[in-house]
Design a protein around this ligand. Structure first.
Ligand code: SF4
Ligand code: SF4
Length: 373
């Protein structure tokens, strides 16, 4: 049987560690695979449950239904040697789309220190453990992607994704500029098929219009009715922050989730006061690197394709790709502005890193036509 080609470029040369006191990944309800269920059913029957959401799966229970996994005690795992496969995999994600790619979750603070284990070696080990699941998902994804490309051809909206990626790399500085992002967003709405040639950053950004688009993007997850669906940001002091927004009330509340699963309010702000600000010195470079990471991710492409499918193939792939990328960048910039408002993290290197830490796990909820396995 042919080997599956796996793309490790995102992890090559990186290191990861797991500093004490974090536990962020134990806030994601871990799926329990079929062959892991007997162990938990026999030893911890009350702690095995079914996840909430549109596609329920067997999972470990959360404290009070919203907190961390029940097995997290003083930010350490009580069943470490028997923890589920998905816990072992973190901070790596294996995405199976048209191609198979390993991603490094940048919400993990241990991925930013430059210390610890060799990420490529860990990723290869992770892939070898998950190989049967990858093989099964590849077969399914192959059919889905073939149908998707056929639909694009029939609708006349097909582009070569590699050309789109190359064009982003060639224009990467523009994507860190508010005026450029605003122009590209406008073009994706007005022109049948956008190319990036000749788009300048000479005119000033329409901050109000861009700010609206950025807030819309960020609110998609922060307007959650249930804190269990809201994104969590693990800050520099290892606090688990949850931000819940209410646009009608023009209010965003900051809570800290504690180890017992209780929420304590830590302040609020008027959404309209936050606005959007551009990245500053140092922050621009961090943002640029992250855009390049997104641009290389198969899961990002899978998200664009899923949106095209949901919109009935009305948009050219170039418009969908650039539009989705701009929206994502604006979401990150808005989050950076919000974190600065609450915590004074700024819009430089530190502020942009914190916004990416806040964002990178949240994006896993975006619909895609492939799958994380
Ligand atoms: S998110 Fe990263 S640093 Fe935090 S507990 Fe998980 S692996 Fe460790
Ligand atoms: S089983 Fe352990 S590693 Fe997995 S989520 Fe629970 S506490 Fe964290």
């Amino acid at each position: 049987m042919a080997e599956i080609n796996v793309d490790y470029t995102e992890v090559i040369g990186k290191r990861t560690e797991c500093p004490e006191g974090c536990g962020l990944c134990c806030l994601c309800q871990p799926e329990v695979l079929a062959d892991e269920i007997p162990f938990f059913r026999k030893n911890f029957p009350k702690d095995l449950t079914v996840s909430k959401g549109p596609e329920p799966y067997s999972a470990l229970a959360l404290k009070k239904g919203v907190g961390s996994c029940v097995f997290l005690n003083e930010r350490r795992c009580r069943v470490y040697s028997d923890r589920p496969a998905y816990c072992r995999q973190f901070p790596y994600h294996i995405y199976v789309g048209d191609k198979v790619k390993v991603e490094l979750d940048l919400s993990c603070r241990g991925a930013w220190t430059g210390k610890g284990a060799d990420a490529e070696a860990e990723a290869r080990e992770t892939v070898s453990r998950a190989y049967p699941r990858i093989r099964k998902a590849s077969r399914e994804a192959g059919e889905v992607y073939s149908q998707f490309y056929r639909n694009c051809m029939e609708a006349g909206v097909m582009r070569d994704p590699e050309d789109l990626r190359r064009s982003v790399i060639e224009n990467i500085e523009g994507f860190t500029d508010l005026a450029y992002l605003g122009k590209v967003m406008d073009m994706t709405m007005m022109e049948p098929a956008v190319t990036l040639n000749g788009i300048g950053t000479d005119s000033p950004a329409d901050r109000e219009e861009i700010g609206e688009a950025a807030m819309d993007a960020a609110m998609e997850s922060m307007e959650a009715d249930d804190p269990v669906n809201a994104p969590v940001y693990c800050d520099e002091d290892w606090n688990w922050n949850i931000f819940l927004a209410d646009r009608e009330a023009d209010r965003i509340d900051r809570f800290i989730l504690d180890d017992r699963g209780d929420l304590t309010e830590k302040g609020s702000a008027r959404i309209s006061e936050i606005g959007i600000r551009p990245p500053e010195t140092g922050g621009r470079e961090v943002l640029r690197d992250y855009i390049l990471t997104l641009n290389g991710r198969e899961s990002f492409l899978g998200n664009v394709f899923s949106l095209m499918d949901a919109n009935g193939y009305e948009d050219d792939m170039s418009n969908a790709y650039y539009g989705c990328l701009c929206t994502t960048i604006l979401d990150i910039l808005w989050r950076a502005s919000m974190l600065d408002h609450f915590m004074g993290t700024g819009m430089g290197e530190r502020g942009m890193r914190e916004a990416i830490i806040f964002f990178d796990m949240d994006r896993l909820d975006a619909p895609t036509i492939g799958a994380f396995v």
